[in-house]
Design a protein around this ligand. Structure first.
Ligand SMILES: Cc1cc2nc3c(=O)[nH]c(=O)nc-3n(C[C@H](O)[C@H](O)[C@H](O)COP(=O)(O)OP(=O)(O)OC[C@H]3O[C@@H](n4cnc5c(N)ncnc54)[C@H](O)[C@@H]3O)c2cc1C
Length: 276
């Protein structure tokens, strides 16, 4: 049996260095940690407010020997609604990091295609950042990011900055402009895949978004010849403990909090509950 690290069981109260609304439903937080988290891209933390509750939230900044932690929180229920009201100087409880995350070595020398739906861009940003920072180590980067309307776009300004870096293509889409000014494309994230300049033997794809998105993106990628062991998916499940003990996030024999939330498609596609 794996030992339990006591530090991941007790939340550390951490001060918010910066808090800002990104949309009407999502709030961005930058925290200053007492020590570097030492996380991998794709990992998450359990965020808590004493007396209210605790929830898993993806780390949305890149890894490194820094004391910065960035989170993007969508208002969904009791805890996340309270988090929307926190300001610079307030505190929140943090424990973790949890999950396996991405191994940067897997991406070395490869072209990488990111497909993000809505809030899915938050965890992917933790991998996009190090790939952009260390451009020589990695191949071409394509980011397809979609949301419902321009008002719901996340990290829009940052995506425009990413698009200016060498070897990076960013395709920003909305389902509907809702009569708002929009400088991206209109359509679903699946639409650009057929026309991408992509070598399936040199490309890894990384997907994160609402469950309905996966099936259709995977179909488009398969049509382009991308093997399933070259596709990473970020699966979210309701979870409580983060250490694989409570069973809330079980996917057949796997626990999403310990074995995931990042999986190679080839390792979960035969599990009936994984992509249901
Ligand atoms: C690995 C992981 C990473 C996540 N990263 C982020 C993130 O970066 N930003 C973010 O805003 N949210 C993220 N979430 C979702 C977030 O954890 C939930 O929105 C949160 O738990 C809701 O808690 P609450 O107390 O506010 O709502 P509750 O009052 O507990 O619930 C509100 C509603 O949301 C439903 N719900 C709760 N958890 C989930 C879930 N995991 N999936 C679907 N429905 C759920 C409940 O059934 C209820 O209908 C992540 C979830 C996981 C598993």
């Amino acid at each position: 049996m794996k030992p339990i690290n006591p530090h991941v069981l007790t939340p550390t109260m951490v001060r918010i260095k910066e808090a800002a609304d990104m949309t009407g439903h999502e709030r961005f937080f930058r925290l200053r940690l007492p020590r570097p988290l030492g996380h991998r891209p794709g990992q998450f933390v359990m965020v808590s407010v004493p007396g209210i509750g605790e929830a898993p939230i993806s780390i949305c900044c890149g890894p490194g020997d820094h004391d910065r932690l960035e989170l993007l929180v969508r208002s969904a229920g009791s805890l996340t609604m309270v988090l929307q009201r926190l300001e610079t100087g307030d505190q929140m409880g943090i424990r973790g990091p949890f999950g396996t995350g991405f191994d940067l070595a897997d991406f070395e020398g490869r072209d990488v295609l990111f497909v993000a739906g809505g809030l899915g861009l938050a965890p992917l940003r933790s991998l996009i950042e190090p790939l952009i920072l260390d451009r020589q180590r990695f191949g071409r980067i394509t980011i397809i990011s979609g949301c419902r309307t321009p008002a719901e776009e996340l990290f829009g300004r940052e995506m425009r900055t990413w698009a200016r870096a060498p070897g990076i293509r960013v395709i920003r889409l909305v389902n509907d402009t809702a009569h708002l000014p929009w400088d991206g494309e209109v359509g679903l994230v699946t639409a650009p895949i057929a026309g991408l300049d992509m070598d399936p033997a040199a490309t890894l794809a990384v997907l994160c978004g609402p469950p309905v998105m996966y099936k259709f993106v995977i179909m488009e990628l398969a049509a382009r010849g991308l093997a399933h062991d070259r596709i990473f998916i970020d699966l979210e499940r309701r979870m409580r403990c983060g250490i694989g003990k409570c069973g809330h996030c079980q996917i057949n024999h796997l626990t999403c909090c310990q074995d995931g939330p990042v999986f190679r498609l080839s390792s979960v596609e035969s599990l009936p509950e994984a992509l249901a």
